[in-house]
Design a protein around this ligand. Structure first.
Ligand SMILES: Cc1ncc(COP(=O)(O)O)c(C=O)c1O
Length: 491
């Protein structure tokens, strides 16, 4: 089947256009009536080449497609830095309540009290869990949160009269790539900081780049190696002494809840990826939610609106003269706020602490076994994730991290994150999450062990993987740089 002139899909599932038969679709008008009775002629098209399918055929078609190659609902997905945990179905039920789902974003405050209460209570819960004074629910994803936080920092320094002077943002080499990108977008000069042999920010290296031009130091803790920055109090004190602000990338906060709070570590700004830690479906570029938390001295700069509460009545507050403006229309991704608050209430404080404890336990359970057959460059107790390197394996067998990832797919497991963070050669970054059972973790370790053994005995078998998936190896560069998935009607 041809998607367009030079791509052919040959996996046995017809296109939805080819599945249909004329007249098979459900009809929306009773006999004798047609659309032109109800729709003005100017809006009617002469031809609309939509497929003609029954609802049942559509459901089956998309269910089959959703399970091609891999589906999160059918297999383990240990994608490091992504927290692919189970998303409880009760979250969806709450987000679909008609009172939330059908509420118009222009509804006046008095008709939206329930929705405003959700936002207010979520904001308060996040402030308490992470030790910040206040959060904005404006940003629509993690990187958007970084951008928001850096605008807040900029506004703060401008108010202090230091806007022109504080032009640099320090980012350790363990950081996610969005950190330097966000800083550059706000106009900052980025200084990349090499981590030390323990995979952490060295205090002397940091001091060497601190100065009166420092605006912000952006850190991830636990960092992307899964390691806790054990000198964090010294680090935040040093940045503050230089007049800078500390920013916490909390995209991966799954090890933190109930264990440690960025506010207590001295961070002034942070973002969260609710679509990871707070069990909201994500991936494929879908809608996210990246609230930003701030310390007291930055609260005035939060974007509008802020939800306020007085004697049990909630209101959207736009009257905030120092606010940086709006980062997102209306109430941002409100349904995600409902999902996140559901998750908070379903777990409670003790439950969230347990989530983090189990995430750490599961990661270390897997790590302790994987280190028997793959090199662990930072061989110590990790937090919610850890990295291993396939560098030795590549030298001995020619099998790379990339090949291990493909071979895992054949065995029913999604690959861990590969080639990130960049400072580990042939890196695999494994994050099991708390929601997986011991049996699943054992199965994954056994599959990875067997792949490594096969790589030594018969590398070709691994280099040819995947052989059981719908498509084998594709041209990844072309797929990423020139995706062209639009169907075009035959002419
Ligand atoms: C550490 C870290 N920071 C920031 C981000 C960016 O988040 P988003 O993809 O929601 O923009 C991610 C996403 O994976 C991340 O892992």
């Amino acid at each position: 089947m041809s998607l367009h002139s030079n791509v052919t899909v040959s996996h046995g599932e017809p296109l939805i256009f080819d599945l249909g038969k004329p007249g098979r679709a459900n009809t929306y008008f009773s006999d004798g009536h047609s659309a032109d009775e109800f729709v003005p002629a100017t809006y009617l098209r002469a031809s609309l080449p939509l497929p003609d399918n029954s609802e049942l055929d559509v459901v089956r078609h998309y269910t089959r497609l959703s399970q091609r190659t891999f589906a999160i609902d059918v297999g383990f997905y240990p994608l490091g830095s992504c927290t692919m945990k189970y998303n409880p179905r009760v979250n969806e039920a709450m987000a679909a309540l008609p009172g939330f789902r059908d509420l118009h974003p222009y509804a006046p405050d008095e008709l939206a009290q329930g929705a405003l209460a959700v936002m207010y209570e979520l904001e308060r819960a996040l402030a308490s869990i992470f030790g910040m004074s206040a959060f904005t629910l404006n940003p629509a994803a993690g990187a958007h949160g970084e951008l928001t936080a850096l605008f807040i920092a900029k506004a703060y320094f401008e108010k202090l009269g230091q806007g022109a002077q504080r032009r640099t943002v320090i980012v350790p080499d363990t950081a996610h790539g969005t950190n330097p990108a966000s800083a550059a977008m706000v106009g900052y000069r980025v200084i990349s900081l090499r981590s030390d042999e323990r995979g952490r920010v060295g205090i002397d290296a940091l001091r060497a780049v601190l100065g009166d031009d420092t605006a912000v130091c952006m850190m991830t803790n636990p960092n992307t190696l899964g390691l806790f920055e054990d000198h964090i109090m010294e680090i935040t004190a040093a940045v503050h002494a230089a007049g800078g602000l500390m920013y916490y990338d909390g995209a991966n906060a799954n090890a933190l809840m109930g264990n440690a709070r960025p506010g207590d570590m001295g961070f002034d700004l942070m973002h969260l990826n609710l679509h990871k830690t707070f069990s909201i479906p994500h991936g494929g570029g879908g809608a996210g939610h990246g609230p930003v938390g701030v310390a007291e001295r930055l609260v005035a700069f939060l974007p509008t609106p802020v939800v306020s509460e007085l004697d049990g009545t909630y209101a959207l507050d736009f009257e905030r003269p120092e606010a940086i403006g709006m980062m997102r229309s209306f109430w941002s991704n409100f349904a995600h706020a409902v999902r996140a608050l559901t998750y908070v209430y379903a777990n409670g404080g003790e439950g969230l602490t347990r989530v983090s404890q189990l995430a750490i336990l599961n990661a270390n359970y897997v790590r302790a076994q994987v280190r028997e057959f793959l090199h662990t460059p930072y061989d110590e107790t990790c937090r919610h994730e850890f990295v291993v390197s396939a560098q030795d394996l590549k030298r001995e067998t020619g099998v790379k991290a990339f090949d291990l990832a493909k071979a895992l797919l054949d065995r029913g497991y999604h690959a861990p994150t590969i080639y990130f963070p960049l400072l580990v050669a042939e890196c695999l970054m494994i994050e099991p999450t708390e929601t997986e059972s011991k049996e699943t973790l054992d199965g994954f370790v056994a599959a990875l062990r067997e792949i490594v053994e096969t790589a030594h005995a018969n590398p070709q078998a691994i280099l040819a993987a995947p052989v059981k998936t719908v498509v084998g190896r594709i041209d990844e560069t072309r797929a990423a740089r020139h995706p062209d998935l639009r169907w075009r009607a035959p002419v």
